[in-house]
Design a protein. Structure first.
Length: 291
């Protein structure tokens, strides 16, 4: 405890990417980090830095309750919660089975929401706490082929906005971090989530060309296209998280990378139909010949 405040930071989704980088930086900065993942055997390097590891599946109530209780038993409260665990379900909205769409929301929305519910009583009791939700620029704009993912990130934005007001009077800050293109395994995971379109009445796949375009675009913007140069690394996000939790008055939102700032500005400047036209130059549009 520091002036009665717990310095225990719980970070979800630490098996790779942003979660791993954030846990490592917070540990090096003097926080007692609880690094969580569904499979803790991949967290050995974080243990070597002094992190404690916990098995957490954000779609499983028992594992979330047990993890929070472990921290409370040692520190009286979770001082910082970084809700990072998440994934991208890609594909045309029509073609994604609802079971997969529900899984997207369970992981990206209901998991963070439930963990936040579990840590808030301890934060209130000590009169201080930080909840950092790793959102996305995709919670402020939408790319074709990512409807379910964007819907989950828009939902996380709305919950964060509501809770920021609801808990501020208890000394608790809710912060959104909105990364743009981050060079991790995210693009490959997003691409691999695009399955074959469900069979339509005619037995044909009306989204075949579109799906191929989404695959190519997803890989290009992260790996080799012109926008890739405006991206960043997991460490860029970790540094923003550290700045947010050490600020006495953190911002409500922190866009991360030039791609996030640029594309948010473009989306704000363009009317909806103009944005659709901009997207039509980046993606093949289903049902309409390109060119």
């Amino acid at each position: 405890m520091d002036n009665g405040r717990s310095r225990a930071a719980m970070v979800t989704g630490c098996s790779s990417g942003i979660g791993r980088a954030t846990a490592a930086l917070l540990a090096r900065s003097g926080w007692q980090v609880y690094a969580t993942a569904r499979h803790t055997e991949v967290l050995g390097d974080l243990e070597a830095l002094g992190c404690r590891t916990l098995q957490v599946d954000v779609t499983d109530e028992d594992s979330m309750q047990a993890a929070v209780q472990t921290v409370v038993d040692s520190h009286a409260a979770v001082g910082v919660l970084v809700n990072n665990a998440g994934f991208s379900q890609s594909g045309a909205v029509e073609t994604v089975p609802l079971a997969q769409a529900r899984r997207q929301f369970e992981t990206n929305v209901f998991g963070p929401a439930r963990l936040t519910q579990l840590v808030l009583p301890g934060m209130r009791a000590q009169g201080w706490g930080k909840v950092v939700n790793i959102g996305s620029m995709g919670g402020r704009l939408t790319f074709p082929g990512g409807g379910w993912y964007h819907a989950s990130k828009y939902a996380l934005e709305a919950l964060s906005d509501a809770q920021r007001f609801e808990v501020a009077g208890f000394g608790i800050d809710v912060v959104l971090v909105e990364p743009g293109f981050i060079r991790t395994a995210f693009s490959e995971a997003a691409a691999s989530s695009i399955g074959p379109a469900e069979e339509t009445a005619g037995g044909d796949d009306p989204y075949r060309e579109f799906t191929a375009g989404v695959l190519a675009s997803t890989r290009a913007v992260y790996d080799r296209g012109p926008l890739a140069r405006l991206g960043g690394d997991p460490d860029d996000v970790a540094r923003v998280v550290l700045a947010a939790i050490t600020s006495d008055r953190p911002k409500a939102r922190y866009p991360v990378t030039a791609s996030a700032r640029l594309l948010r500005a473009v989306r704000l400047a363009l009317p909806d139909r103009a944005w659709d036209g901009f997207m039509a130059r980046q993606f093949p549009q289903p049902g309409r010949p390109r060119g």
